[in-house]
Design a protein around this ligand. Structure first.
Ligand code: GRF
Length: 197
């Protein structure tokens, strides 16, 4: 059975593109039915347009309250026909109504080895900066389900990525992202096929 995935992204969308390519190449038994973003200018939007994938822009600030935004998110994912919600660099907090509508079916990839280097405010380059500042020799990627807190929920799978003494934030970020573009589709493929992460 082919699962229908809605991807939520706020940034460059390299993971989003990797998921679309994996699905179209038959490496991920899924159809990406839509992209939801909170930033109309995100590069992910241009990528979705090139792929011919529907985009919904939902800016939390455009709604009167967090509850209204949460309701609009539920409506959008249902309208796009999602079985799973896949977060790929989405920088808005998923609300309780979305989580209740998709229990255990909201998945995220975090660019470090949770429970370390996660939590509120730990996203993008800040994660890699913290890993370098701590003198770690290893970082990685964590694919996990989303709970009511940032970077919480069940850890589905992790993979390690080396940190070199010569690394800058940019070189480390690129190494992690390169690995993530392979790893995230692989973990999702196992997950939606009913296997363990
Ligand atoms: C990824 O590293 C992801 O783990 C994190 O944000 C980054 C998004 O990058 N949550 P991109 O937009 O997919 O290029």
């Amino acid at each position: 059975m082919t699962a229908r995935l809605v991807v939520c992204a706020s940034g460059e969308g390299s993971n989003f593109a990797a998921l679309v390519e994996a699905a179209r190449a038959g490496r991920l038994p899924a159809t990406i039915t839509g992209l939801i973003t909170n930033r109309a200018q995100a590069l992910a939007v241009q990528k979705a347009e090139r792929f011919g994938i529907p985009v919904r822009v939902l800016r939390p600030k455009a709604f009167g309250s967090v509850e209204e935004w949460d309701r609009a998110m539920v409506a959008a994912v249902q309208e796009l026909g999602a079985d799973w919600i896949v977060l790929a660099g989405f920088l808005a907090l998923i609300g309780p109504r979305v989580l209740a509508a998709y229990p255990g079916r909201v998945v995220n990839s975090h660019p470090a080895l949770l429970p370390h280097f996660g939590g509120a405010g730990m996203y993008g380059d800040r994660v890699h900066q913290a890993v370098l500042a701590a003198g770690e020799t290893e970082t990685g990627i964590t694919v996990h389900t989303i709970d009511h807190e940032y970077d919480r929920g069940e850890i589905l799978a992790q993979t390690q990525v080396p940190v070199y003494a010569s690394d800058s934030v940019a070189t480390l970020a690129e190494r992690v992202k390169a690995r993530e573009r392979e790893f995230y589709p692989q973990v999702l493929a196992r997950l939606i096929s009913g296997g363990a992460g």
